[in-house]
Design a protein around this ligand. Sequence first.
Ligand SMILES: [Zn+2]
Length: 306
Amino acid sequence: MSFASAVKMELCRSATENGCCKKAECCGLLLFGKSFSRADVTLTTGIQAVARSAAQLAAEETGAIMEVSSAMLHRGDSRVVFTLSAADQNARDAVLAAFGYTGREINLRINRSNMENDCCVGAFLRGAFLSCGTVSDPQKDYHLEFPVPFMNLARDLCALIGEIYELGFQPGMLQRRGAYVVYLKGSERIADFLTFMGAGNAAMELMQTKIVKEVRNNVNRKINFETANLGKTAQAAAAQVLAIEKILASPRGIHALPEDLQELAMLRYRSPEMSLRELGDTLSEPLSRSGINHRLQRIVDFSKEI
Ligand SMILES: [Zn+2]
């Protein structure tokens, strides 16, 4: 199941028992559906639980019968889309009237009288999100959006979210393929918003995913850093060992080297994993790192002349 579906399933489960909030949620569901006019009141969703709870809320709050049908999204695609439609003109008029609309509005707006109390704002947004919203998988991105077909409706939604004191941020708005997209970015904002709508578990999952991602990135960065360093040291040691092998294979063997380099050459040959400091400490006459570095360089240079 996608993260967005998990959020919607949780929102369906967290439905309220407050009468005022039920009305607000139902209004959000239908107003942000596919169409909301005298000719057509329809909501489409990929989640059966959303269609079912919208039909039940609509019956309770407006007395209208809404019919649910299902169909394959595309031929050969196993995904199903559920369509919820007011059964007839009486049902459509009942839905519109219940929320204070005539169905003849030129500009569809949010009618705030459907949110009687402060508690109703979260319920209204839950309905709107269930109807048209989506949220990215936190493994990939932190993005939540409501694509809305009407500009003024999108603006009203933006303003409504921006006024919520507990959240304290203004959503963004952009236009995409004929829709007005109200969106939120950032893990913390999205987690707060999910909690506000009633999806506290999804919010927690999002923040946990974020922590795991951060830890993994830190570990990866450290490993990359260490292997890069190890790479350089190991490469240098391998070049030294090859140089010493070449000297050992020459007619005079190790004695081809100046005497002050012989002990170090044999030590390096036997211990390619030793650091410069360890080499310096192991010699019969200990040497500094830079002294070792200088002599190893001389050994490599010497081998090139053979
Ligand atoms: Zn309420």
